[in-house]
Design a protein around this ligand. Structure first.
Ligand code: RIB
Ligand code: CA
Length: 312
């Protein structure tokens, strides 16, 4: 039996405590072609700085290209109330080794997907870069293996209806959910079941080296924020690695095929992912594989082992 082709991905992110963990897992379990950054949790210069810092701590030779500094239409909004002003508060971070490889994330995405047929796009922040790439190069829809994104869900976090990544740039999200190719959604329904409990964080703390020390402090900060802001959580929802592990460890997830679209006009629902749960025969055909549950214990072992791999 021929071996499956290596899983090649581009991680498009807005580090972001959980984006940092997604990068570790992607570097460990996939062929990470590149990292692109977008404004989201923090302004672009901060998410880019954070992405370079995490890349440096991993000691990997992967380019970071910065992208959109604001959504397609919506005014820029950030999430310092969760991630702090830096976008990755809570740890003693090293200085970045240098600037991004370019400021043209969209061009990098287009060129790389044309050069590497069958790559996956894994966005874990607002979908601005992805939407711009799909609009500038419609051929990408047939060249990529698919898009595995963190975003949306049957409930919100930034509003009652909208999750932050989608809420931040609904017009971009609508383009992505309508692109017509393979789509995987890691929304809040699954990510809230994947929590960085104290016991799980302690398994990272005991690992040697600066990467583990930094990630432990980031987990502690992130979890303190979540536990203080929610009345039913034992640790931070570790959202972004779910979009990576949906590809690298699909057996860990329960999924459903659904039609998902994005609301861009609602006064109360703008940025909502409308997941069609109707059991009607004539309901629209599914365009998305929605993650609905995760083996959280096994999933966190993947994270811990990935960190350990870069901590020797
Ligand atoms: O709502 C959670 C998402 O918003 C995660 O990707 C987190 O990093 C923030 O970007
Ligand atoms: Ca993110």
């Amino acid at each position: 039996m021929t071996a499956a082709p290596p899983l090649s991905i581009i991680l498009d992110c807005d580090p972001g405590h959980d984006d940092a963990i997604a990068m570790v897992v992607a570097a460990r379990h996939a062929n990470l072609l590149g990292i692109t950054t977008v404004a989201g949790n923090a302004p672009l210069e901060r998410t880019t700085r954070n992405a370079i810092i995490v890349r440096d701590l991993l000691g990997i030779d992967v380019p970071v290209h910065s992208g959109a500094n604001r959504p397609l239409v919506a005014p820029p909004q950030h999430a310092s109330y969760v991630h702090g002003e830096s976008g990755m508060d809570g740890a003693d971070l090293p200085e970045p080794s240098g600037p991004p490889a370019s400021t043209d994330a969209v061009g990098f995405i287009i060129e790389t997907c044309r050069a590497h047929e069958g790559a996956w796009l894994v966005p874990t922040g607002p979908l601005t870069n992805i939407a711009l790439a799909l609009r500038a190069a419609p051929d990408l829809a047939d060249r990529i293996a698919g898009i595995s994104l963190m975003g949306g869900g049957s409930f919100g976090n930034r509003t009652a209806a909208a999750e932050f990544n989608i809420w931040c740039d609904p017009e971009a999200a609508a383009i992505v959910f309508e692109y017509g190719g393979t789509l995987i959604q890691a929304g809040l329904d699954v990510t809230h079941r994947f929590q960085a409990t104290t016991e799980r964080i302690e398994r990272v703390r005991v690992l040697p080296g600066r990467l583990a020390a930094v990630l432990t402090d980031l987990f502690v900060f992130f979890s303190n924020t979540y536990v203080s802001r929610h009345d039913d959580m034992e640790g931070a929802a570790v959202h972004d690695p779910c979009a990576v592990m949906a590809l690298t460890h699909p057996h860990l997830f329960t999924t459903q095929r659904r039609h998902v679209s994005v609301e861009i006009h609602g006064t109360k629902t703008r940025g909502m992912t409308v997941i069609d749960e109707r059991r009607l025969r004539e309901r629209p055909g599914p365009n998305c594989t929605v993650l609905t549950d995760v083996d959280a214990s096994a999933g966190f072992h993947v994270i811990t082992e990935s960190i350990a791999h870069f901590s020797q």
